[in-house]
Design a protein. Structure first.
Length: 111
């Protein structure tokens, strides 16, 4: 059974941005595209995004509550291609299922 992308709210999730420090790697970016990303968000080896633990440093907010990307307009290709409900999204959401479930509960309780 496939869930339609409309049921996924990326701004109340953030799981894909906190899945793995190895995931936000640069692969198809030109030097000009990488130069648009502020240096504080680029890893020391210049191969991808800087992460603290497994969370991308450009992600702000709280997983499962409300998140946003500080460099959304300049984000890497891997971030642009991760789509709501695709395999990568579902894999990341599964890893953070407890956090996301707790966030959904907090959000519904506040309404």
């Amino acid at each position: 059974m496939t869930t339609s992308p409309e049921t996924f709210d990326c701004q109340s999730c953030g799981a894909c941005c906190a899945y793995s420090a190895d995931w936000p790697r640069f692969s198809l970016e030109t030097d000009a595209e990488i130069d648009r990303i502020p240096a504080e968000y680029v890893s020391e080896d210049l191969g991808g995004m800087r992460c603290s633990n497994d969370r991308c440093d450009a992600l702000e907010g709280k997983l499962g509550i409300h998140v946003g990307c500080r460099i959304y307009a300049a984000r890497p290709h891997v971030c642009r291609t991760c789509m709501p409900g695709d395999d990568e999204c579902l894999m990341a959401r599964h890893r953070h299922r407890d956090i996301l479930a707790a966030g959904a509960f907090q959000h519904s309780s506040a309404e």
